[in-house]
Design a binder for this molecule. Structure first.
Ligand code: SAM
Length: 259
């Protein structure tokens, strides 16, 4: 595995830090719980070190890689075993490439666009069944935070899925070594879009718009008195901040405001 790394010109702009440790590659692939013949999409295969492990568990695999220079290498290495899409993952239509079949997603992501990738995966019209990723450790913590220290990302993620954090991947296990550690995160039980979740998400977003302000001030466009009244009904302080509410409390707040 090692000699192979040095024949590649790493592109910082594409967040290229390749996993160099089998144990963590296996941890990532295990966390996706691939069953025989499930369709899997790998985002950013790089030189295919994670890909090799995925292929031990399924033959239905699609790779999405933006770097031109890696395409001939991947084509040569995996030949006809996988479908390789040379495109920016942010422009992918998942319904089209999967022909609307169920699918799972895996990737050791470029850290700089990980939030946008996760947003697209959880909100697109044809959603994955499960997603396992390596993202920056601090960002993984933001997705899994809980009230009273919840974040906009943790609310977004729990609105759409169940989240599980697994192993931290120390920065030394990537080549070249990044400045920060990674962490494996899995999104499962991914929910379908519905009208209510869109409006609820709008409420949460506005609630978090100025994190230092109390919720009633951030949500004044819904009527400050109405918000205070609803918070009291929910046994919450009228001075509550967005981070202190659980998703269930956000749902109840939404019900009280719209009725
Ligand atoms: N999975 C590989 C590994 O660990 O050995 C590489 C992971 S590296 C952190 C991120 C990969 O995503 C790189 O191969 C990079 O070229 C690719 N990439 C970066 N931006 C991308 C984009 N917008 N669309 C698709 N692939 C992208």
């Amino acid at each position: 595995m090692n000699n192979d790394y040095y024949s590649h010109h790493f592109k910082k702009s594409l967040g290229q830090n390749f996993l160099n440790n089998k144990k963590y590659i296996n941890e990532l692939v295990d966390s996706l719980e691939i069953k025989n013949d499930e369709l899997v999409i790998e985002i950013g295969p790089g030189k295919g070190y994670v890909t090799e492990e995925i292929l031990k568990r399924t033959n239905k695999l699609i790779l999405i890689e933006k770097d031109d220079s890696l395409i001939p290498y991947l084509t040569d290495k995996f030949n006809k075993q996988v479908k390789i899409i040379h495109q920016d993952v942010l422009e992918i239509d998942f319904s089209e490439i999967t022909a609307k079949q169920p699918y799972k997603v895996i990737g050791s992501l470029p850290y700089n666009i990980s939030k946008r990738i996760i947003y697209n995966l959880l909100t697109n019209t044809h959603k994955p069944v499960q997603i396992s990723l390596i993202i920056q450790k601090e960002v993984a913590k933001e997705y899994s935070a809980k009230a009273p220290k919840s974040t906009i990302l943790s609310n977004f993620a729990s609105l759409h899925s169940d989240i599980k954090l697994s192993k931290v991947v120390p920065s030394i296990y990537f080549t070249p070594k990044p400045k920060v550690d990674g962490q494996i995160i899995t999104f499962s039980n991914i929910a379908e879009n519905n009208i209510n979740s869109k409006d609820l998400w709008r409420l949460i977003r506005i609630g978090f718009s100025s994190p230092r302000k109390i919720l009633a001030s951030n949500l004044k466009e819904y009527g400050k008195d109405k918000i205070v009244e609803a918070l009291i009904k929910l046994d919450l302080s009228e001075k509550s901040r967005a981070s202190e509410l659980t998703l269930v409390q956000w749902e109840k707040l939404y019900e009280l405001i719209i009725n």
